[in-house]
Design a protein around this ligand. Sequence first.
Ligand code: ADP
Ligand code: ADP
Length: 238
Amino acid sequence: DWLIQLRDVRVAYPGGIEALQRTQLNVAPGEFLVLLGASGAGKSTLLRCLNGLVDATDGTVNVHGLQGGALNPANLRAHRQRCGMVFQQHHLIGRETVLANVLMGCLGRYHALRTLLPWSRSDKLLALEVLDRVGLLEKALVRADTLSGGQQQRVGIARALIQRPTILLADEPVASLDPATAENVMNLLHHICTHDRLTAIVSLHQVALARRYADRIVGLRNGRVVFDGPPAALSHEL
Ligand code: ADP
Ligand code: ADP
């Protein structure tokens, strides 16, 4: 059974750019899939189709048995809660504590008014638990802007985990990190997803990182899938 199914998906942006063309993709539960491609290949667009931020112009996007275009607002909220998002830049609130930044990840579960209420004890305990998992428990009460880039990315991962997602969507999560730190963060992501049996779709432009961590690589070029297979089958020119 597939957790994610894209059938003939096309995405055209205003201005006529075809960001995705006739895209087919099936993802099984628990896969650690890397979307590999250069800037502009369509990786972000594909990830946004999966969490409902972008609607397919043609074709169907099916996640958790919910069909993209047919998601009503209540479904969409539940759907997004199950899709944890990790970005290249998290825009942490620098003057807030690391703990507060992780708690922001709970907002998806609350209505706007809840943001005016103090965080519950159980949410704070959960935030500490996910911070521990990313190795930052001792940083919980420091200001977010005192952290290094790699540490900030780990806060971003914790912020996605606090909503207890079943799918983790990561858009170039290590693109702004130096190679050693990028390796650390990929290692952590892979470890957590494998351990929690999360289904992960991670976009990368670095072939070496894709080869090392992916169960399966989907290569995108100019909005088309040009490769789909295990890392060992990836040809050198891609
Ligand atoms: P990346 O290549 O890492 O996805 P970009 O710099 O291309 O990032 O895009 C950053 C933001 O700008 C994204 O929100 C994207 O949707 C938007 N964007 C990219 N290209 C265009 C464009 N041609 N017109 C309008 N918005 C764009
Ligand atoms: P990637 O993540 O691989 O860099 P994107 O999905 O961000 O690729 O972009 C694919 C193509 O769509 C690019 O040509 C980009 O400029 C364009 N694009 C992305 N977002 C927008 C947008 N909001 N409006 C118009 N064009 C966009």
